[in-house]
Design a protein around this ligand. Structure first.
Ligand SMILES: [Zn+2]
Ligand SMILES: [Zn+2]
Length: 446
């Protein structure tokens, strides 16, 4: 069984596992870790999800079998909960860890902080972080990034300073956290200060993520020229991600000349990611530049860019529910769409204007559509609103980046329902509350 697990052959390992008369805790752990690892490495999100769910299932069977999980089982299953944004299960693991006294284990308590951050529960994450007996670099970094993603920029920066005071050396990822906090808060001076500190004091060579934070900051402030200047100054050849930020920013700020210029540079790179093409298509469609739309389509064909699969999921009472765009397969479909339509109508009354965007679920002739289209996260949010207890936050995971239309829609949903809605997409965490989002809007949206 270990041999099969090592080779990533889970089905074969599972057959042997199920044939065993007595299973030791070590074997249970190996089996769960096997699934968790395949999940972490999977390129395909459907495969990742499947393995994550299988790991959760194994854990359930383990506890039912009367075997007591150890800190290894608990921390590996916590990482699965983080990836699936399965908060309920994560909280159960927390309770078990507390009872068994394993919270003093630094790996487990780090996993706990990470789980709460990934699930969008910043208060619980912060509490778990404070209670940690020893803080690791990973947990400091996770908490700094968590504060930053939740729009608590000052706390992110303060925590970074606390970490330095505690004598812990930040790494590349920690600096991404603190720089993104500066970027979101529009703190140009602080961003420069930390950028310099990273290079001069800690001798860390900036990588793309750091450059992206700085470019993103200028873009958020509407200082598009400064963004271009920064790129030129550092002599860094912008890649797909940087140009995408510029395109999205120019679109948000209505600076179309620069936007079209950036879009052209981006297209020249012959990007590989389908999300980049969707961004370009959306930009040209909203400007009604049909010749450019055709041009993007042509490159997509030549580069053999496939279909964008739009999927979201939400956990309700231990069960994960999956949705596609315009999904009507769920047994509660009727209720879901009645709620969606009524929310959208009410949102329009409050000033919501749909953005034109392409139907991401089809790579046929694009349909420039208005509000008729429901991307998967809207369906998942509506399902969550219907099925989660009154007042409970709705937590949705989406496999690709949110589009700006859904982003604006969900902001209105949070306002209209008074509920907190968290959407973790492929790029970042969005925490919607009272009609606002923690990402501050100028994030990389499609
Ligand atoms: Zn959308
Ligand atoms: Zn957002």
């Amino acid at each position: 069984m270990y041999l099969y697990l090592k080779c990533g052959k889970l089905d074969e390992a599972m057959i042997l596992f199920e044939g065993m008369e007595t299973v030791s805790l070590i074997t249970w752990n190996a089996m769960m870790a096997g699934h968790a690892q395949i999940m972490a490495l999977a390129n395909d999100d459907a495969a990742a999800r499947q393995n994550g769910l299988e790991a959760l299932n194994l854990f359930l069977k383990l506890t039912r079998s009367g075997t007591k999980p150890d800190f290894f089982s608990l921390s590996s299953i916590l990482s699965v909960c983080s990836s699936l944004v399965a908060l309920e299960q994560g909280e159960q693991i927390h309770a078990q860890a507390l009872k068994s006294g394993y919270l003093s284990d630094v790996v487990l308590s780090s996993a706990l902080v990470n789980m709460y951050n990934k699930c969008g529960c910043i208060e619980n994450a912060s509490k778990a972080f404070i209670e940690m007996p020893n803080r690791t670099l990973i947990s400091w970094t996770s908490m700094i990034t968590g504060f930053s993603q939740h729009g608590r920029f000052r706390e992110a920066i303060e925590l970074f300073e606390d970490m330095r005071l505690a004598g812990v050396k930040p790494n590349q990822v920690t600096f991404v956290g603190v720089l993104s906090a500066c970027s979101h808060a529009g703190l140009v001076q602080e961003a420069n200060y930390y950028f310099e500190m990273m290079i001069n004091e800690y001798r860390i060579k900036p990588v793309l993520d750091h450059f992206a934070c700085i470019v993103d900051m200028f873009v958020r402030l509407g200082k598009l020229e400064d963004a271009f200047e920064f790129i030129n100054k550092i002599g860094f050849e912008p890649n797909e991600i940087i140009w995408s930020i510029l395109v999205a920013g120019c679109r948000s700020h209505g600076n179309l000349d620069l936007g079209f210029y950036a879009a052209e540079q981006l297209l020249k790179l012959r990007p590989k990611s389908i999300e980049t093409y969707v961004l370009l298509l959306n930009m040209y469609i909203s400007a009604e530049r049909w010749l450019d739309v055709a041009k993007v389509r042509k490159v997509m064909k030549e580069e053999n860019i496939g279909t964008l699969r739009d999927r979201s999921w939400v956990t309700v009472k231990d069960k994960v529910h999956f949705f596609r765009a315009d999904d009507r397969s769920h047994s509660q479909s009727n209720e879901i769409y009645i709620l969606l339509e009524s929310l959208i109508e009410r949102a329009k009354g409050l000033g919501y204007v749909p953005y034109k965007s392409i139907d991401m679920s089809s790579d046929e002739e694009e349909k420039a559509s208005g509000s008729a289209l429901h991307h998967s996260e809207r369906v998942a949010v509506a399902f969550g609103l219907l099925n989660l207890p009154e007042g409970a936050p709705v937590r949705v995971v989406k496999n690709i980046t949110m589009c700006r239309d859904c982003h604006s829609c969900v902001k209105f949903f949070s306002l209209l329902t008074g509920r907190e809605i968290v959407v973790r997409d492929s790029k970042r965490l969005h925490r919607f509350r009272d009609g606002q989002c923690s990402c501050g809007d100028f994030s990389a949206l499609l």
